[in-house]
Design a protein around this ligand. Structure first.
Ligand SMILES: Cc1cc2nc3c(=O)[nH]c(=O)nc-3n(C[C@H](O)[C@H](O)[C@H](O)COP(=O)(O)O)c2cc1C
Length: 531
């Protein structure tokens, strides 16, 4: 290498235990910003083999070559700790200590308890409001706000094409309760509801220009949807909201100055709904799309890009930060933690899940379109059963067309009751949430078949969450490959047991060790011997 940027004297060589989170934080607390890499080739006391030639040192003063005790200085390595990873503006805007959040997990799997624990530790959690009754969501928001009055927390706004009323109701609730940040996901089009949330928070000040106090993190896996969130609100919807008195004149005028979302979480191959994209390919695409849109609209604040999908180890987190993301998002790994709102039975299964134990299966909510979710395949027949239902749905026009043997197999094995009884249960449910579907199903036999099949798909995740052991083989457990990577990483530690996994401890482990990996990588680049 023989790089030499000057000479240094009066330094202290560091030998052991440099790369621990505690040691690096203690240096940071003392105001030490970087370590020096010193070439000890001339030192009489040092072994001159290549591995031992370059050493890390603390302190020291620059001096001239001729001064006594001086050594060539090769490089300064900045001290990297978890708190400096990612974007400072992300941490400031969301009032977190770390550029890390735990993504929403439907049906309260990402529970109130999880969100509060993460928020109190300086991370951020997104409450899984998907599939939860509105009155319960309201109660949870009150509880979270009581514990975290200034945040940080996110509430999930899970888009449903067929249920705009629910989305409107959720947005009204967020505005009423002063929810200041949401994780918006599963969007295909930007709905008037989300525009209302965003614009109703618009303000203007000298320092920031136009900004919204209602922050939106949009989780997307496709460029075309990312672009919609990176664009300003559709002027037609702005006019409509103004005429309905939902926003003020000023807010309508300012609407074109900011994008719909502050942050875009690029979601790669993940647990639950996924397009299965590799993160290393998706990130560059999202980053360059952001650059293009940023330039096109000339926003004052830069849209940030976060990474989700596959991250549950320090190495993956470090990789994402090295690629330049502003923050990272975890998902599956949190489901196997104490705070997760699922059964002990499921957590035990998750703790024994390897990377190859997950598979794509038809999803309940977008069943007819063939959309997929990633689930566990070991210890449950759910993926095969769901696939069978999808194949029957595609092949036949109605339940009456199903071959007798298939119908019998469904009634005996999957539904455990005859399909007419299931249809009664489905109608009871739809009467409460979406009665129009019943009317439509009366004249659309294929829709009726889909609604009945979706009864099984919908219940299968309830059976998992409830730990219904009679329905072990029918459990639908959303899970990504990151779970297997995490289990492998911690296999020889106390975290091998899920009962020792807490969301904050997991987050610290990922972030602290990611920081160390990044520091080590810089040293490796400078050929410093580390081990
Ligand atoms: C059990 C489970 C449920 C999920 N439910 C939702 C959800 O309701 N809304 C959402 O935006 N994302 C949901 N996700 C995705 C996560 O928020 C997160 O983006 C994803 O899990 C990250 O990828 P990973 O699983 O590889 O860590 C879910 C993920 C899991 C594992």
């Amino acid at each position: 290498m023989d790089i030499n940027i000057g000479y240094i004297k009066n330094y202290e060589l560091l030998e052991d235990e440099i790369f621990t989170a505690q040691f690096l934080s203690s240096l940071e607390d003392k105001g030490v910003k970087s370590l020096a890499i010193i070439d000890t080739k001339n030192s009489e006391t040092k072994d001159s083999s290549l591995e031992n030639r370059y050493k890390l040192a603390i302190g020291g003063e620059l001096c001239s070559k001729d001064e006594k005790g001086c050594q060539p200085l090769c490089y300064y390595v900045p001290i990297i700790t978890a708190k400096v990873l990612g974007s400072e503006t992300f941490r400031n805007d969301y009032k977190t200590k770390y550029a890390y959040y735990a993504g929403s997990m439907a049906k309260e799997i990402s529970s109130e308890e999880m969100v509060i624990a993460l928020g109190k530790a300086g991370y951020m959690g997104a409450y899984g409001s998907g599939g939860v009754e509105l009155s319960k969501v309201e109660q949870v928001i009150d509880n979270i706000k009581r514990e975290l009055p200034e945040g940080p927390y996110l509430i999930n706004l899970l888009h449903s094409q067929n249920n705009q009323a629910r989305e409107e109701a959720l947005i009204s609730l967020f505005l009423k309760k002063g929810v200041r940040a949401i994780e918006a996901s599963a969007f295909i089009e930007i709905s008037p509801a989300i525009i209302r949330y965003r614009l109703a928070g618009l303000k203007k000040c000298d320092r920031l220009g136009v900004y919204s106090e209602n922050r939106v993190i949009a989780k997307v896996s496709r460029e075309e949807i990312a672009k919609k969130f990176m664009s300003p609100a559709d002027p037609k919807i702005v006019t409509q909201l103004l005429s309905e008195g939902m926003i003020t004149n000023e807010q309508a005028q300012w609407a074109q100055s900011i994008p719909i979302a502050d942050d875009i979480t690029a979601e790669a191959d993940s647990g639950g709904h996924t397009d299965g994209q590799p993160l290393v390919s998706l990130l560059p695409l999202m980053m360059s799309t952001r650059d293009e849109m940023q330039q096109k609209f000339g926003y004052r604040q830069k849209i940030r890009i976060g990474a989700a999908g596959g991250i549950a180890t320090a190495i993956s987190a470090a990789g994402a930060f090295q690629m330049g993301v502003d923050y990272i998002v975890t998902g599956s790994v949190n489901q196997a933690c104490m705070e997760a709102g699922t059964s002990d039975y499921v957590k035990e299964m998750l703790a024994h899940t390897a990377m190859a134990d997950v598979v794509l299966a038809p999803s309940a909510d977008m069943f007819e379109s063939g959309s997929k979710v990633q689930v566990i395949k070991k210890g449950t027949m759910f993926p095969m059963n769901a696939q069978k239902l999808y194949e029957l749905y595609v092949r036949y026009a109605s339940l009456d067309d199903l071959p007798e043997k298939d119908r019998k197999a469904l009634e005996v094995r999957l539904f455990r009751q005859d399909l007419n009884t299931v249809w009664n249960l489905v109608q009871e449910y739809l009467l409460k949430v979406d009665p129009k579907q019943i009317e439509r199903a009366k004249t659309n036999a294929k829709l009726k078949m889909a609604l009945i099949f979706r009864w099984y798909l919908g219940n299968s995740s309830h059976w998992a969450i409830a730990g219904n052991e009679e329905r072990k083989m029918d459990m639908q457990i959303w899970c990504g490959k990151s779970m297997g990577a995490f289990n492998h990483w911690v296999r020889d530690t106390e975290m091998a047991l899920w009962t020792n996994r807490r969301v904050v401890t997991v987050a610290h482990k990922i972030m602290d060790e990611a920081a160390i990996i990044m520091m080590k990588n810089q040293c490796k680049f400078m050929k410093v011997a580390l081990e």
